[in-house]
Design a protein around this ligand. Structure first.
Ligand code: ADP
Ligand code: MG
Length: 636
């Protein structure tokens, strides 16, 4: 291990940040806020916190907090840095992500998701644990970073006013709109040169209509032609696409294996997997074996996946967009921006020179937008508005770097009012709102949980919300679709998909051989395990919120009544011509074929999701009795 750690130390010292370390430390000493622009691979994320700590910049006991846009980035980077410091994770170097806190009183360098930092600000507005906060990957413009830009700046000012120890802020990013950041923070920027190994670029000559197929064809061409130690990373858009591609890739790999090609191991990587499963993809592959990672944009920025020499970029991403007519967040497949395409390319040149294959033409690339649209401009703000209020900030006057549209802000406040979380103008938090803020969920889902106590079905509500928080638990094997439907029909409920989900869960927890039980029933084992874990965490939160436990057993009408209290905006109604429209927006919608209510025409349904393809599909439904609507909610 001595040899390994010596070479690790040598590698570190060669990163571009070390050339500038003296100047960097001076600038940080001199300024309360500093913006660091560095091309990818300069050593920002892994090295700067270590530099600051060893220079004594964190004071004698203060913590350096570094936010990451995603869970797996926070965990994998913290582990790497712990290794560089030769300590186990959780001691000097730790991390904190939703549902997992690996820190201790000795922790001085802490990687955490933006969401966790906001949660900390909710109980401590001046963020007193930290002497330095680094907002990493600011260019990605996730809602959390955008909110933190304001929240940390406010904490800095408050500490000044209250004469507390100062808070240093560092905003780090690869490529950003520098002027915008320097103006917003009134702070100087410093540039770091990148250290990207050479990445050779390829574009397709012709436009491709099936990007998954072209990506797989490319992957197997690489597999047949290059040495086994060169791993491959493909960017796709989401779980279902990735799981389907994984099945196809494993089949082809098996055939080739027999023909003397290296063994190929396939690793899916997307956010609905548990952190532990996501980290599998980061492990170096054993000699003679090739790794094929099929990832969403969770692997796009920040991370280094060991062994990757070829990146295949499909140029698409699943993005949340707020749908003004339905008032809902919709996931939709979009072209990436140029900045994202370059980040993806960069993953091929982290450790050595590599190659990037784009399954689109150069002309198509030229048409991509330069930067991604900040998420805050395109998603529902109710959850963020609630969190800000808990910190003591009114979203209607909050100083955003890019202010979301007024409509979106007003809708968010109106939604919270309707749920009973806020009242008055400017909006004030109610006791209910404070309880709601304890749950890391969309406020409408939290409302379902709170309302479920009135309907004696807390247990069932927690199960259903846990299942809805993860990804699809139903497998959809194209070749065996009929068989899958037949086997699973015993779980189906004529009350709708939520009760069906509940039935599956209840059977699942009773099954002794869970993996094979899932196989027999065409269910997704990992996603069910994930839901069990989330359910456990939600139960703990419910206890913390002092909710009285209850169960409705087989009287599942109660569950649907509780769902209605949180999701009353999500109703669709049958028309004379047998089509559906959304009740609040009068927008035409269609029941998704995956629903157990597909083909049955209930008068009124509640939906959880909207998917926009050629039609506006509604998914995860429950039948609602129209007479329930006349009953006033307890909370009104
Ligand atoms: P930046 O944030 O500037 O993009 P990082 O600090 O994340 O840079 O990483 C700098 C370099 O350190 C990477 O390009 C890679 O060579 C090396 N590195 C970082 N993490 C790992 C890891 N987990 N395994 C192998 N090399 C790593
Ligand atoms: Mg980085």
């Amino acid at each position: 291990t001595d040899k390994i750690s010596i070479s690790l130390q040598q590698q570190r010292k060669q990163l571009p940040v070390y050339k500038l370390s003296k100047r960097l430390l001076e600038e940080i000493r001199r300024n309360n806020t500093l913006i660091i622009i560095g091309e990818t691979g300069s050593g920002k994320t892994t090295q700067i916190p270590q530099l600051l700590l060893s220079a004594g910049m964190a004071g004698s006991s203060g913590c350096i907090g570094i936010t990451q846009p995603r869970r797996v980035a926070a965990v994998s980077i913290a582990r790497r840095v712990a290794q560089e410091q030769n300590v186990p994770p959780g001691k000097l170097v730790g991390y904190c992500v939703r549902f997992e806190d690996v820190t201790s009183p000795q922790t001085r360098i802490k990687y955490l998701t933006g969401g966790m930092m906001i949660r900390e600000a909710m109980t401590d507005e001046v963020l007193s644990d930290y002497s330095i906060i680094i907002l990493d990957e600011a260019h990605e413009r996730s809602v959390q970073t955008d909110v933190l830009l304001g929240v940390t700046r406010r904490a800095q000012k408050l500490r000044n006013i209250k004469s507390l120890s100062p808070l240093k802020l560092i905003v780090m990013s690869a490529t950003i709109d520098v002027d915008k950041f320097t103006k917003y923070f009134q702070a100087p920027a410093i540039y770091l040169e990148g250290r990207q190994h050479m990445v050779k670029m390829y574009h397709t000559k012709k436009s491709q209509n099936d990007y998954t197929f072209s990506a797989l064809v490319t992957a197997f061409q690489i597999h047949r032609e290059s040495p086994a130690n060169e791993d491959i990373l493909i960017f796709l858009t989401g779980q279902e696409e990735i799981e389907a591609a994984a099945v196809a890739a494993r089949q082809v790999a098996k055939q080739l294996d027999g023909k003397g090609y290296p063994q190929l191991k396939v690793f899916p990587l997307y956010s609905a997997l548990s952190t532990h499963q996501q980290l599998e993809a980061f492990k170096p592959s054993p000699p003679g074996m090739r790794k094929l990672v099929l990832a969403t944009n969770v692997a796009e920025t920040s991370v280094t996946i060991s062994g990757i020499r070829s990146v295949i970029d499909t140029g698409v991403v699943k993005e949340k967009t707020h749908h003004p007519t339905t008032g809902l967040d919709i996931l939709r497949i979009e072209k990436v921006s140029k900045a994202q395409a370059w980040q993806r390319t960069g993953r091929a040149g982290r450790e050595a020179s590599g190659k990037c294959y784009r399954t689109y033409t150069l002309e198509e690339f030229e048409k991509f937008k330069e930067m991604p649209i900040p998420e805050i401009q395109r998603c529902s703000l109710a959850g963020i508005a609630l969190q800000l209020l808990v910190i003591g900030i009114d979203i209607t006057t909050f100083d955003f770097m890019d202010k979301p549209p007024d409509d979106a802000i007003n809708t968010a406040v109106a939604c919270l009012e309707k749920l009973g979380a806020v009242k008055g103008s400017p909006p004030q938090l109610t006791a209910l709102g404070r309880t709601m803020s304890l749950f890391p969920l969309d406020p409408r889902f939290t409302k379902v949980i709170l309302a479920s106590t009135e309907h004696n079905c807390l247990e069932e509500a927690l199960i259903v919300i846990a299942l809805l928080s993860g990804e699809n638990i139903f497998l959809d094997p194209v070749a065996k679709r009929q068989q899958a439907m037949a086997v699973r029909s015993r779980f189906s409920s004529d009350e709708g998909d939520h009760v069906t989900l509940l039935n599956v869960y209840r059977h699942y927890v009773k099954a002794t051989q869970k993996k094979s039980w899932c196989q027999e029933n065409f269910l997704h084992f990992r996603n069910l395990e994930y839901a069990v874990n989330v359910k456990r965490q939600l139960t703990a939160l419910a206890e913390k919120a002092k909710l009285e436990s209850s169960s409705c057993e087989n009287n599942t009408e109660n569950l649907r009544r509780a769902l209605l209290e949180g999701l009353s905006e999500n109703l669709a109604e049958l028309q004379r011509d047998q089509t559906y429209v959304a009740v609040t927006s009068r927008h035409p919608v269609t029941i998704h074929p995956s629903s157990v209510l597909h083909g049955i025409k209930p008068q009124l349904v509640l939906f959880t999701d909207v998917i926009l393809t050629n039609r506006c599909y509604i998914r995860s439904l429950s039948i609602i009795d129209p007479t329930w609507l006349h009953k006033k909610s307890e909370f009104d």
